[in-house]
Design a protein around this ligand. Structure first.
Ligand code: FES
Length: 75
């Protein structure tokens, strides 16, 4: 298993991380203000939260919402 993107919108986590870094955002909601992803099934949300927390952009294991719960991080 190799998970590296929001499949619904074909946005790679690598591109999302680059945009997050450029814009200085730390939450899914804040990142969605700069790029379109995650508005359909939302299965990518816990991966993006982990990406924002750790910097990882590829995942070999399933990450569920319970594994990476939303935070109240500042934008
Ligand atoms: S995989 Fe991101 S919204 Fe479906």
């Amino acid at each position: 298993m190799h998970i590296d993107r929001c499949y619904c919108f074909q946005q790679s986590f690598a591109d999302l991380k680059r945009i997050a870094d450029e814009e200085g955002v730390q939450t899914v909601d804040a990142l969605q203000e700069h790029v379109t992803f995650g508005h359909n099934c939302q299965l990518c949300h816990p991966y993006v939260r982990r990406m924002l927390r750790t910097g990882a952009v590829t995942f070999d294991r399933v990450v569920r919402a319970a594994d990476e719960p939303p935070t109240e991080a500042a934008r």
